[in-house]
Design a protein around this ligand. Structure first.
Ligand code: AMP
Ligand code: GLY
Length: 418
C-alpha cells in the first residue's frame, strides 16, 4: 500500500516510527514532514492548508491510505475531499472535527448530550462579554471559539485581566476570526488527564491515560505551550474513574456523534478535569495530542497501522487495542524562549543510536539545525516511572544545541508521591 502521513511534528514522527515496518506498506510519504524524518520516509513539501494540493498529489501517486494528523487540515475538511475522491483516510470528516474546530459547538454539543463539562456562556459582542464579567466571580476562563495554536485559553484572575483579554481577542483579533466569538466558562479545579481514544463511529477504544505538562517552566510556571513533556499512565486516572468516564463521557460522546450523523473515524482526544464532582470535559481534540502521542504509542503492543485501517473501515474492536503495563516518560527539548521569541539555526548533535522524534528542525550543510519552538522529544519506557524518567533525562543530556531548553521536572511530582 502507498501511504501518506499529513503533518510535520514530533507526533507525526512517532506515528511514522510505529507504522513504517508494517509489511502492507510499500511506500511511505510524510507531507510535509521535516528534515529529521527523511531517513524513514519520503518528505513532500506541500501546503497542507490546501486540500486540492494534497488531493492532486494523492491522485497522481495513487495513494491507498492517508493519515490526516493535525487539527487544521482536519477542521478544514481534508478527509472529506480525499475520501470523496476514493482515497481511504484515518481522521474525522469535517462534521466530526468541529468538536475541536469550534469551542462553542463543543460546549453546545455537550449540553445537548448531557456530558459533564464546566458551566459556560458564549458571546459575540465584546460589550456584553465585559458586562458579564462585571458580575462574575474569579478566576474565570476565557476561550477563543476557533483554533488558536493552543494559545486561545486564558485563565483570568481579575476583572482587569479578563477585560484586557476580551478586548485582545474580540477587538484586536489577536487570533483572527477564531477570537471573534468567545466562551466564558467556570474555572474547574482538579487534576487533569488526557485520554486519547480510537473511534470508528461505531466503537470507541480508549488508549492508556496520560498527563501532559503544558507550562513552559519547571514547577508549572510560565506560559502555556503545546506541551513540554508527558507521562503515562496518569496515576490519578484510576480504574473507577475510567469506568465513570466510559459511562458519562466517552459513550455519550459517541452516541451524540451518531445521533447527529457526524462521521468520526480517527483519534478522539478528551482533555479531562478530574473534579470532586466527577470527571468533566475541558476540551475535545479531533486528533492525537503532541506530546501525548510520543508518550503513549511506544506502549502500544497492537499494530497501529492495522488499527488505523480498521478504524477507517468501521471495523474497530476494543480488544484490538492493547497497551503494555509499563510507564512512559517523554521530555521535549525546545529552543530557549519558546513559546515566545527564540533563536533558530543552531546545529544539533546527538548519538545516532537514539530514537528521537523530531519537530522544529531543518537541514543545513548536511546537519540538522533547530528551526522551531519545540525541536524534538525523547521517550523512554520502563517498569517504573522513576526508571523511565531517569532514562529520558539521561538521553536528553546527550543531545545538544545552542540555547536548548527543557523542563527538568517532567513526572517528578508523581515520582515523589509513589
Ligand atoms: P485547552 O486548550 O482547552 O486544553 O485549555 C488549556 C488549559 O487551560 C487546560 O489544559 C487547562 O489547564 C486550562 N483550562 C481550560 N479550561 C479550564 C477550566 N474550565 N477550568 C480550569 N482550567 C481550564
Ligand atoms: N498536548 C496537548 C495537545 O496536543 O492539544
Amino acid at each position: 500500500m502507498k501511504v501518506a502521513i499529513i503533518g510535520s511534528g514530533g507526533r507525526e514522527h512517532m506515528i511514522l516510527k510505529k507504522i513504517k515496518h508494517n509489511p502492507k506498506i510499500t511506500q511511505l510519504f510524510v507531507i510535509p514532514g521535516n528534515a529529521g524524518m527523511q531517513q524513514e520516509a519520503t518528505c513532500v513539501p506541500l501546503d497542507i492548508t490546501r486540500n486540492e494540493e494534497v488531493l492532486g498529489f494523492a491522485l497522481e501517486q495513487k495513494l491507498d491510505f492517508v493519515i490526516v494528523s493535525p487539527d487544521n487540515p482536519l477542521v478544514g475538511g481534508m478527509v472529506d475531499v480525499l475520501e470523496e475522491a476514493g482515497i481511504a483516510c484515518f481522521g474525522p470528516r469535517q462534521n466530526g472535527a468541529i468538536l475541536e474546530g469550534s469551542k462553542i459547538f463543543a460546549k453546545d454539543f455537550m449540553k445537548r448530550h448531557a456530558i459533564p463539562t464546566a458551566q459556560y456562556w458564549t458571546f459575540s459582542s465584546t460589550q456584553e462579554a465585559i458586562e458579564f464579567l462585571h458580575q462574575a466571580s474569579f478566576p474565570i476562563v476565557i476561550k477563543a471559539d476557533g483554533l488558536a495554536f493552543g494559545k486561545g485559553v486564558i485563565i483570568a484572575q481579575t476583572l482587569q485581566e479578563g477585560v484586557k483579554c476580551l478586548k485582545e481577542m474580540m477587538e484586536e483579533e489577536i487570533f483572527g476570526e477564531s477570537g471573534k466569538q468567545v466562551v466564558i466558562e467556570e474555572f474547574l479545579e482538579g487534576k487533569e488527564a488526557s485520554i486519547l481514544a480510537f473511534c470508528d463511529g461505531k466503537n470507541i477504544a480508549p488508549m492508556i491515560s496520560s498527563m501532559d505538562y503544558k507550562k513552559a517552566l519547571d514547577g508549572d510556571q510560565g506560559l502555556n505551550t503545546g506541551g513540554m513533556g508527558c507521562i503515562a499512565p496518569n496515576p490519578y486516572y484510576t480504574k473507577e474513574i475510567a469506568q465513570k468516564c466510559m459511562e458519562t463521557i466517552f459513550l455519550p460522546t459517541l452516541k451524540g456523534l451518531q445521533s447527529e450523523n457526524r462521521d468520526f473515524r480517527g483519534c478522539l482526544y478528551f482533555g479531562l478535569m478530574l473534579t470532586k464532582e466527577g470527571p468533566k470535559v475541558i476540551e475535545y481534540n479531533c486528533r492525537f495530542g503532541d506530546p501525548e502521542t510520543q508518550t503513549i504509542l511506544p506502549l502500544l503492543k497492537s499494530d497501529l497501522f492495522e488499527i488505523m485501517l480498521k478504524v477507517s473501515k468501521r471495523e474497530l474492536r476494543t480488544e484490538d487495542v492493547i497497551f503494555e503495563e509499563k510507564a512512559s516518560c517523554c521530555v521535549v527539548l525546545a529552543s530557549s524562549g519558546y513559546p515566545k521569541d527564540f533563536e533558530v539555526g543552531h546545529p544539533i548533535t546527538y548519538p545516532s543510536s537514539f530514537e528521537i522524534c523530531f519537530a522544529g528542525v531543518k537541514e543545513k550543510d548536511h546537519h540538522l539545525i533547530n528551526s522551531g519552538g519545540r525541536v524534538l522529544s525523547v521517550t523512554s519506557i520502563a517498569s517504573t516511572l522513576q526508571e523511565a524518567r531517569q532514562e529520558s533525562y539521561q538521553k536528553i543530556s546527550q543531545i545538544d544545541f545552542k540555547n536548548r531548553y527543557y523542563r527538568t521536572d517532567i513526572g517528578k511530582d508523581i515520582e515523589e508521591q509513589q
